[in-house]
Design a protein around this ligand. Structure first.
Ligand SMILES: [Zn+2]
Length: 520
């Protein structure tokens, strides 16, 4: 199946899509349906007969029919024509100061959360509502994976137990040069989406190459994503001439900027040792021009810090500050070897941090001073990094690791408690990515990105403290249902919208080619 074929098979008429850039062809194909819908809406206001017919018409046109409240919204991408009501269960809203709320009823209308209340079995349900029985579950915001290279699922297990420099320059870069192209990035990204959705991640911040393919894969899977075009001063997959890297990045942003509310573009500078000063400055100028975050690996290893110091005479954070790149657009990933003055500086500049503990541990990069950064006022999110250095995308495992690593590192079991770690993976993740108005908590009016955790598992019994259970006992496989943007993507652990067998078969086939040429 070609990319375009896959796209068309997946997307009949998603009304969240706008009219510019990459989506123009699809949008125009949707226009007749949109016109029909506009006429239907106009008639609906005055005709009770049409009101009665709406569920039928809606199903025929794959458009929302959930009542007047929908008319003021951008529309639903769900293809579902009913309100969704999650009934029963304990709500962990992640709203500051709100305690877990038992036996809730949450109404999802279109893309958003329309109502939250304690369930009253006597109150009437909206007509045609789709009910999700959530008794014996925890209902919480979908997790935010604040840093990854999703298509690196292709290289999962290709090079383990080697030093970072050898891992990167002798294993990963050559494998990427040989095997990355639009099709492989597309299928690798889709596999990553399957893995993330199956383990409760609903938003990912990705930085890689061939990002058109990544954005297409995220869109097909139904993920919410910040998709950042990789910028590096070497010939890179898809950008063979490094002099074109910023131009390619800006072109990518312009192409995807208005594509969808779910998919946002951006830039990702690989690191201070692989990007020159002018590249870093240029990437920040573009990010500021479009009001988008700029992602960057920062101070991952002590060797990197030494190299920057030798080249610039300054430690990395001060170097970034002096060239005008340390500000609130910057998302610094890893941040393992920041010293105290650097942490103060970044806190002052409102630079955001992403902690990727398992990748840092696996490549022996070190342990970030996460609890100290939080005390200094830095906003810290949680990420998995790519699958070749983790080697999975399960944020539940990452949460447990983040908590335990900090305790080991600081010799203090009080540091990095479960509730703090859960904030890093939800509400603070949303803030770091600049998406806090839409996601990160479960509140009326926010986008319906919700996961439901099945508590009927031996390792989750008994339940004294839901934060503790989620961080220290649960794993991704305990996620039962996943809703993104009001659309049910996984129900009772079964994917509702994508064929996971097809995706795994495609990646297995790609991996055979990788095995033949990259393993020796
Ligand atoms: Zn990374």
């Amino acid at each position: 199946m070609t990319l375009n074929m896959a796209k068309q098979a997946q997307r009949p008429c998603q009304s969240e899509r706008r009219s510019s850039g990459a989506a123009r062809g699809d949008y125009e194909a949707c226009v007749p349906y949109k016109k029909v819908w506009s006429l239907l809406v106009a008639a609906w206001k005055s005709t009770s007969l049409l009101l009665a017919m709406t569920p039928f018409l809606c199903r025929s046109l794959k458009l929302p029919d959930s009542g007047g409240a929908m008319l003021g919204q951008a529309g639903s991408s769900s293809g579902d024509c009913k309100d969704i009501i999650i009934e029963g269960g304990t709500l962990l809203s992640m709203v500051d100061g709100q305690l877990p709320l038992k036996n809730v009823s949450i109404v999802i209308r279109g893309e958003s959360i329309a109502d939250i209340r304690v369930r009253d079995p006597k109150s009437p349900r909206p007509r045609n509502a789709q009910i999700i029985d959530a008794r014996e579950t925890i209902i919480m915001p979908g997790l935010v994976n604040a840093h990854g290279h999703t298509a690196m699922t292709l290289f999962r297990g290709l090079a383990d137990d080697v030093p970072l420099k050898e891992w990167l320059f002798e294993k990963i870069f050559p494998a990427e040069a040989k095997h990355l192209k639009k099709e492989t990035v597309y299928w690798g990204s889709l596999l990553g989406c399957v893995e993330m959705i199956a383990s409760g991640t609903t938003t990912v911040s990705d930085g890689y190459f061939f990002q058109d393919a990544t954005a297409e894969a995220f869109d097909r899977a139904g993920m919410r994503a910040l998709v950042a075009q990789g910028v590096i001063d070497f010939p890179a997959p898809g950008v063979p001439d490094p002099r074109e890297n910023l131009k390619a990045g800006k072109g990518f942003i312009e192409k995807w900027l208005h594509f969808s509310d779910r998919i946002r573009p951006g830039l990702f500078c690989h690191s201070l040792t692989t990007c020159s000063e002018s590249t870093l400055r240029g990437a920040m100028e573009i990010s500021e021009e479009f009001s988008l975050p700029l992602q960057m690996h920062l101070s991952e290893t002590s060797q990197e810090v030494n190299e920057v110091f030798l080249n610039t005479g300054r430690r990395p954070a001060f170097y970034l500050h002096d060239i005008g790149v340390a500000n609130d657009h910057l998302i610094a990933v890893h941040a393992v070897h920041l010293d105290e003055p650097e942490m103060h500086l970044l806190a002052e500049r409102k630079t955001r941090i992403v902690h990727v503990p398992e990748s840092n541990m696996k490549l022996a990069s070190g342990a970030a001073k996460t609890s100290q950064m939080l005390k200094m006022g830095l906003k810290v999110a949680l990420g998995t990094d790519g699958c070749a250095s983790n080697n999975n995308l399960d944020l539940f495992q990452e949460m447990g690791t983040a908590a335990k690593l900090d305790k080991v590192f600081t010799s203090n079991p009080v540091n990095m408690d479960a509730a703090t770690v859960l904030k890093m993976a939800t509400v603070w993740g949303a803030e770091v990515l600049g998406l806090e108005r839409d996601i990160g908590t479960i509140e009326i009016g926010k986008k319906a990105d919700i996961i439901i955790i099945d508590l009927e598992k031996p390792h989750l019994v008994p339940l004294y403290n839901p934060f503790s259970t989620l961080v220290y006992s649960a794993n991704g496989a305990d996620v039962r249902d996943v809703i993104i943007n009001g659309r049910i993507l996984m129900r009772d652990r079964k994917f509702q919208t994508i064929d996971t067998d097809e995706i795994m078969a495609e990646v297995k086939s790609i991996s055979e080619r990788i095995k033949r040429t990259s393993l020796c």
